[in-house]
Design a protein around this ligand. Sequence first.
Ligand SMILES: Cc1cc2nc3c(=O)[nH]c(=O)nc-3n(C[C@H](O)[C@H](O)[C@H](O)COP(=O)(O)OP(=O)(O)OC[C@H]3O[C@@H](n4cnc5c(N)ncnc54)[C@H](O)[C@@H]3O)c2cc1C
Length: 399
Amino acid sequence: MDFRYTPEQEAFRTRLREWLEHNKAEVFGESTDPLADRDEDSDTRWQKMLEWHRRLYEVGYVALHWSKEWGGGGASLVEQAIYQDEVLRLGLPLYGANQLALDRIGPTLMFLGTDEQRRRYLPKMLTGEEIWCQGYSEPGAGSDLAGLQTRAVIDGDDFVVNGQKVWTSLAQRAHMQVLLVRTDANAPKHRGISYLLVDMHTPGITVRPLVQITGEADFNEVFYDNVRVPRKNLVGELNQGWQVSIATLMYERVSGGTRHPVERTINELVALARDVEFAGMPAAQHPYVRQKLAQFASEGLCLRLSRYRSLTAQLNGRVPGPESSYGKLHATELNLRVAMFADELLGPYAQLERGSVGTVENGRWPYRVLRARGLTIAAGSSEIQHNIIGERVLKLPKG
Ligand SMILES: Cc1cc2nc3c(=O)[nH]c(=O)nc-3n(C[C@H](O)[C@H](O)[C@H](O)COP(=O)(O)OP(=O)(O)OC[C@H]3O[C@@H](n4cnc5c(N)ncnc54)[C@H](O)[C@@H]3O)c2cc1C
């Protein structure tokens, strides 16, 4: 690894930082933490996210990692790493309002879609005119995704889809969806799946929001009742959708290891420890608290260094593989432990949510405690990431 930046890269960082700070203040106002701030209703927050996306697009920051050929920034890997550092430092979303489209679905189409699909969908992913969601999980198929039962049969120029998905993030806002369906019920389960691009406004689709433990309704049940999807919306070959879905999952896990602002959260935990008491003394002076903070800070740094290591590997021409599971696993588990420790530090105050009398830091820590667990499940649970690392990275025998 080489950690020195060239003068051009430093200049890029300075320009970017100024732009981000200025525009963050204009779009998100006083909010120090746009992702955890829950003072507004969700529609207002969403409008701010769209505005943030629009600005990122206008200035060319929205998809630095996409090639120029497809309208992206065509940035070098080092510039992308600088972008991630700066955006996460400010607690901002890495991919504007269209994370799924930009971090995984767009790259999947670039890799495996047809030219027509790329021309039709990629530009509107960038502008944010079409927001995307991902229809993989079903009530009986999450970790065992290949067991999915939503069916599609060919009828003339269309597929006709029937079934149900669940936990579909952003389905209530999305215009488009990638949908995994079973197109051959008799084939072995990994071989009878196809990958479709579906307009969420097609007749027969019903979206029902699910309220989470945080009180938000970010994900949904989605029902399909004779939904007609044009055959030209098939990505890859018929019944070969498993390979396409794996490409999307790989991109998803790479993003899952990079997009959580864990170091920022750890710095906020340190600030909290300076403000509260623990066991009758200032928390930041208590040896147990200090040990914990030091442990978190070291792990946060390790996480960043492992991101740089993977970057170095990519600079040397290697494609991200199953080791991306490590970043996803470590980032989300560390994030959970940090939130749980804040809970311990706050003691009974951890029960007080936003808006309650006596709440600390406007209730953002209780919110994070409730939210952090879900992140260890989304995009493949921690147990599944352990299995992948054990079997495919460490080459251990299957459990
Ligand atoms: C915040 C959030 C957002 C999400 N967004 C989306 C989305 O946009 N689109 C989408 O399709 N899905 C989404 N999901 C669903 C997510 O992908 C699934 O919840 C996840 O894959 C786990 O599946 P499951 O819930 O069916 O649990 P199950 O697969 O039933 O697992 C239950 C438990 O058993 C464990 N387990 C299962 N199999 C094994 C095994 N082989 N070895 C060891 N342990 C095992 C799991 O780790 C888990 O603890 C989201 C989930 C969350 C929490």
